[in-house]
Ligand binder design. Structure first.
Ligand code: SDX
Length: 430
């Protein structure tokens, strides 16, 4: 137990408290305020949670000032260089990199849980052909809990593990099915002889009439994008999964809540919004106009893919993706005008005082859409790609929270600014 204390002294309010100071293994120390209300009758106030640690976690560490991102202590740059997505999924779930045998066993489990119950597949008949894929993802993920009554006891570690495996395994199958539904093609079943990423591309682009040949470069690019998007500490969607899970809700429903939160354009929906923004800007000669719009407080337009709550330096994931863009696009016949436009926009923005003084740099979403488009993935599927990868982070955080016997239901309070007590007036007198 840490014996460091911080004094909270407000004689006018009759408050003189010693708040325990807790130290983590890395990053800022925290004041433990869990007994503040009991001992002072006051709450803290932190809308948006800019200065609030919601939990203890050992999964991911971010240093926003240094542009550091580590999964279980391993730098994202090394995982991007040497690992693959299923190995990273194992690392996030279990805390250590797998041995060769552990990797083979885990891969076999995941790759043999990719099919969906036929009853689930019939759900697609109820969606409009033009339903947004994320709308279908929310519905399908939550509906998984209607099919696995045999493993929904969250207090049983084996049930928790099989739920995690099923979600990681089935998300690509559901995702590809949403795309096939949108284009009116039959759903393509997963194959057990393909890797996780190759299987997804197969389910996206094969048809009953023709196999799809996955290129090694596409498989490698997708592995990289899934690794980079796998987890990111207590972001909005992961915090949503934790809060939903804190009530004891089943993990499928919690992940559905996470997908809903990720969909927002301020979060995972940004990658789709970046491409729409670049398409709207259209040409380098329009950049100045749009940068001015982004700076204009009276204009709701923001430079999508720029800025981050935590990174006040370049998002390390954006740096990695940017370099892969060059490699992917160099294989294309014509140079990619979108990538040229994005690089020019970045260059102009990063020379502009408004972005510099607010420490607004490109984030993970700024370049990812360019690679997805180069892989033939439609813009409406970009956030779905993010959800496939982040499912691993969500289930890892859910497992960490539910596995902690000390976890409690999350129930924030508020600063009440509404009416004081008043009596009900008869309608005729209003
Ligand atoms: C992700 O949290 C995570 O880890 C998320 C994520 C993950 O892996 O889970 O990293 C994934 O969500 C990345 C972020 C994707 N979103 C976007 O690219 C959307 C565009 N960015 C902004 O909406 C914004 O930067 C946020 C939402 C990302 C961060 O918002 P904050 O931390 O609440 O910052 P803020 O809105 O308070 O902005 C601070 C200032 C404001 O100006 P002032 O009031 O100080 O004058 O910067 C301005 C903002 O107006 N600003 C921008 C801007 N982002 C912030 N101005 C123009 N364009 C922008 N993109």
């Amino acid at each position: 137990m840490n014996d460091k204390l911080v004094k909270l002294n407000r004689p006018d309010a009759g408050v003189d408290l010693d708040l325990p100071l807790l130290e983590g293994s890395e990053g800022p120390d925290v004041f433990d305020i869990s007994r503040l209300y009991r001992d002072s009758g006051m709450f803290t106030f932190d809308p948006g949670f800019l200065s609030t640690a919601s939990c203890r976690s050992a999964i991911t560490y971010i240093d926003g000032d240094q542009g550091v991102l580590r999964y279980r202590g391993y730098p994202i740059e090394q995982l991007a260089e040497y690992s693959d997505f299923l190995e990273v999924a194992y690392l996030l779930l279990y805390g250590e990199l797998p041995t060769t045998q552990e990797y083979q066993e885990f891969s076999h489990i995941i790759l043999h849980h990719t099919m969906l119950n036929q009853g689930l597949l019939r759900f697609f008949e109820g969606f409009n052909y033009d339903a947004h894929p994320m709308a279908m993802m929310v519905g399908m993920a939550g509906s998984l809990s209607a099919f696995y009554h045999d493993s929904l006891d969250i207090n049983d570690p084996d049930h928790r593990e099989i739920c995690a495996h099923r979600m990681i395994a089935k998300m690509p199958t559901i995702a590809a099915a949403t795309y096939k539904h949108n284009i009116g093609e039959p759903i393509i079943y997963p194959r057990n002889d393909l890797s996780y990423c190759a299987n997804f591309l197969h389910m996206m682009f094969a048809t009953p009439c023709e196999e799809y040949k996955v290129t090694p470069l596409a498989e490698r690019a997708l592995n990289l994008l899934f690794i980079l998007h796998a987890d990111h500490e207590q972001n909005a969607s992961t915090s949503t999964v934790r809060l939903a899970g804190s009530s004891g809700a089943n993990p499928f429903a919690c992940v559905a809540a996470g997908i809903a939160s990720l969909w927002g354009p301020a979060h995972g929906g940004a990658n789709e919004a970046v491409i729409a923004m670049l398409d709207e800007i259209g040409s380098v000669r329009n950049i100045e106009k749009y940068v001015a719009k982004a700076k204009d407080k009276d204009d709701p337009f923001r430079l999508m893919g720029f800025g981050h709550r935590v990174y006040k330096n370049y998002d390390p994931r954006a740096k990695i993706i940017r370099s892969v863009c060059h490699e992917i696009l160099n294989t294309q016949v014509n140079d990619n005008p979108l990538f040229e436009l994005a690089m020019r926009l970045e260059e102009i923005a990063l020379q502009d005082e408004y972005f510099v003084e607010r420490q607004l740099y490109p984030n993970v979403d700024f370049y990812s859409g360019i690679i997805y488009r180069a892989l033939g993935i439609p813009t409406t599927m970009f956030t779905v790609m993010f959800a496939i990868a982040r499912t691993t982070g969500w289930v890892s955080h859910w497992m960490e929270m539910i596995g902690d016997p000390a976890h409690r239901i999350g129930r924030p309070r508020q600063l009440y600014v509404g009416h004081g007590k008043r009596d009900y007036p008869p309608r005729a007198q209003r």
